[in-house]
Design a protein. Structure first.
Length: 406
């Protein structure tokens, strides 16, 4: 197929690009490189050194003979150019990663909230509107998040997108229906993904767009089979308090003798998936598109769930790191359960990668190799959800700052 990967320079976008190119697809990367600009804004760099997107594409071509096509486009801000690109290239499938992906970044300030909504919602709507206007019948695969469901403790299994309910009529009769699982976003970022869902539902029913929405868990790990093939194909790896994901951050903290920072009780239960499984799931979703006129296909893209404190305990056991509990900058329940249905991907042939010690050690090894690139002051999570929580944030978990004797 000819596949457009929107946001193909990103954390999941780049390994997906290599994975699909390796399978023989013609892959086009559309990206405005905004994630690299955010690095500059935050004053923090990827743990792993990344070449330019053009150099990465050149290395892949030299290594494999397969060509990656890069197009510098802003999906959220250049609607006419995006529409013209679609009309010229007419892709068979479009994978949509082109959204600001960090919940803490989306809560840093009012400016970051506005940017996240403008970028994410406009990117999604511009894509859908351009597909309708151009008449292109491309399968859209969107990377969503498990966070649209919220993290409540109702005790029931979270279904794959749709919930069976009974509606009571005035005469008392019960009418069965399936509705979208009620959203309960925990951040502005998660709210934009919830809004994406509504956009997808409308354009699928109104215009017959073929859409798959992947509600993904937290990604961990460093390498895929393709990124291992050359040092310059290495994926980006975030360790800072805004973009670093919790398990990867624990492993990096362990590698540099930094306390494992558990916020609150650590009773938050989260869904996880290894980066190799993430790209494999996208491959499987591409191979099973819905038909025009069908409702949005929704998959829960995760392989296991863990409490944060249990993850910290596992990493501490493997590495000898110490654990510290800090005030939680997020407005969330101290404890929650999370039971998730992921049978669709298992039925399509996914063999889950679980938290094996060997893969955990791989992340620690990468962190130690590039530890000279770590700015320890950027490790704490300090972006708070509210003003009250901001006053309680711990900005010096290591206790390195000078203390007053008064």
């Amino acid at each position: 197929m000819k596949i457009a990967i929107l946001g193909g320079d990103g954390f999941v976008g780049w390994p997906t690009t290599l994975h699909l190119s390796n399978l023989g697809h013609e892959v086009h990367i559309i990206d405005n490189l905004s994630r690299r600009w955010i690095d500059t804004e935050l004053g923090v760099q990827s743990l792993t050194p990344m070449d330019s997107i053009q150099e990465r594409c050149r290395i892949w071509h030299d290594l494999t003979g397969r060509r990656l096509h890069f197009h510098l486009l802003d999906l959220a801000g250049e609607y006419e150019r995006v529409k013209a690109w679609l009309i010229e290239h007419r892709p068979d499938a479009i994978i949509h990663f082109a959204e600001q992906r960090a919940a803490p970044y989306s809560m840093k300030s009012d400016r970051h909230k506005v940017y996240t909504v403008n970028n994410n919602v406009n990117a999604t709507h511009n894509l859908l509107a351009a597909l309708v206007e151009s008449g292109i019948d491309a399968h859209v695969v969107h990377l969503g998040t498990m966070g649209v469901y919220g993290y409540s403790s109702v005790g029931a299994t979270i279904p794959e997108g749709y919930l069976d309910v009974d509606i009571t009529r005035p005469d008392g009769a019960k009418v069965p229906q399936q509705i979208l699982y009620p959203t309960r976003p925990g951040s502005v970022y998660h709210m934009t993904k919830s809004l994406d869902q509504i956009l997808f539902q409308f354009y699928a029913q109104n215009d017959g767009l073929r859409i798959t929405d992947l509600h993904q868990g937290i990604v961990w790990g460093t390498h895929t089979d393709q990124t291992r093939r050359h040092p310059q194909l290495i994926n980006r790896f975030d360790y800072d308090g805004d973009y670093g994901t919790v398990l990867n951050r624990f492993l990096i903290q362990a590698a540099i003798d930094y306390p494992l920072t558990v916020h609150g009780t650590g009773g938050q239960t989260r869904a996880f998936i290894h980066i190799q499984d993430s790209v494999r799931c996208i491959e499987l979703a591409l191979a099973a598109p819905p038909q025009a006129g069908q409702r949005v296909e929704i998959f829960n893209q995760m392989t296991e769930t863990h409490r944060v404190r249990d993850l910290a305990g596992l990493v501490a056991k493997v590495t000898g790191a110490r654990v510290t509990h800090l005030p939680n900058p997020r407005a969330e329940a101290a404890e929650n359960d999370l039971v998730v249905d992921n049978r669709k991907f298992l039925a399509l042939g996914l063999t889950p990668t679980t938290l094996a010690e060997g893969l955990l050690g791989e992340v620690v090894e990468v962190a130690r190799k590039f530890s000279h690139r770590i700015d320890r002051s950027r490790v704490p999570a300090v972006s708070a959800w509210t003003r009250d929580l901001a006053a309680k944030v711990e900005r010096d978990p290591e206790g390195r700052k000078l203390k007053s004797v008064s």
